[in-house]
Design a protein around this ligand. Structure first.
Ligand code: NAD
Length: 259
């Protein structure tokens, strides 16, 4: 039997990259997936592709930094599919990378609003539905950056948001365990997605990140991981395979941050 048969998953940032890859992977394993994002055309494209392949998917326009928008998207998910079992709080931006004395307060706020407050809002509005379902799995996309590596000068807002997500995840895992809700984080290294091209970099030297892996020969994309590498880790955490795992962050970087 498919690993997520009959389960309903709400995924933010699902129009692109890691979110889209995970939506496809969950749907292959039988989950009904709600794809939440601000990129309507791309999101509808991914949902359409899943449906064409025989899966069940809907796209929902949702800005994770806006409480009403998140509440409505989660309600729409439950009204479409009847329940909620899996929440993947994945939407995020690199935002602006700039020296701390040049980074503007509104730039700091935007990164924290989407990456950290957006994670809180997604969990906040989803939890009553997970309790109603008798339990569930929450997965948060953090990063190696801010937790294991600090190699990107100028990324102070991003790194702070990503470290904050791990602390939040641990508190939530502690708090919600009694409701049979597990909470974990995936911390990707460099993954081949569209996030870099949306990054604004000012006043810091553009860093060519060279990825080396302990195993030597990079599997794909010259050492960058693929969204499916993160999606498979999420599948483990979302499914019964991860039933005894809660409150941990899993680094998905091919071991690059060990070097
Ligand atoms: P991506 O840019 O391909 O996808 C991110 C998605 O989030 C996009 O579809 C975007 O439209 C959406 N999004 C942005 N702001 C939003 C908002 N306010 N509301 C709803 N959706 C919004 O990038 P990705 O690499 O797939 O990023 C996914 C997550 O992975 C992010 O949290 C990112 O920080 C994290 N991450 C990525 C890497 C990497 O190397 N790609 C490494 C570590 C962590």
């Amino acid at each position: 039997m498919a690993m997520l048969e009959g389960k309903v998953a709400f995924i933010t940032g699902a129009a692109s990259g890691i979110g889209a890859g995970t939506a496809r992977r969950f749907a292959q394993e039988g989950a009904m997936v709600a794809l939440a994002d601000v990129q309507q055309e791309e999101g509808e494209g991914v949902a359409g592709e899943i449906t064409k392949a025989g899966g069940r998917a809907i796209y929902l326009n949702c800005d994770v930094s806006d409480p009403d928008s998140v509440r409505q998207a989660i309600e729409a998910t439950v009204s479409e599919f009847g329940r909620l079992d899996i929440v993947f709080a994945n939407a995020g931006i690199n935002g602006v990378w700039a020296p701390i004395d040049e980074l503007q307060p509104e730039e700091w706020d935007r990164t924290l609003d989407i990456n950290l407050k957006g994670t809180y809002l997604t969990v906040h509005f989803a939890v009553p539905h997970l309790k109603r379902a008798g339990g569930g799995s929450i997965i948060i996309t953090s990063s190696v950056n801010g937790n294991r590596t600090f190699s990107t000068p100028g990324a102070s807002a991003y790194s702070t948001s990503k470290a904050g997500q791990v602390a939040f995840m641990k508190m939530i895992a502690l708090e919600l365990g009694r409701h049979q809700i597990r909470c974990n984080a995936v911390c990707p290294g460099l993954i081949h997605t569209n996030i870099e091209e949306r990054t604004e970099q000012r006043g810091t030297e553009k860093i060519g990140i060279e990825v080396e892996l302990p195993q030597g020969s990079p599997a794909v994309n010259e050492g960058e991981g693929d969204p499916v590498d993160v999606a498979d880790t999420c599948l483990f955490l979302a499914s019964d395979l991860g039933r005894h795992v809660s409150g941990v962050e899993i680094y998905v970087d091919g071991g690059a941050s060990l070097l």
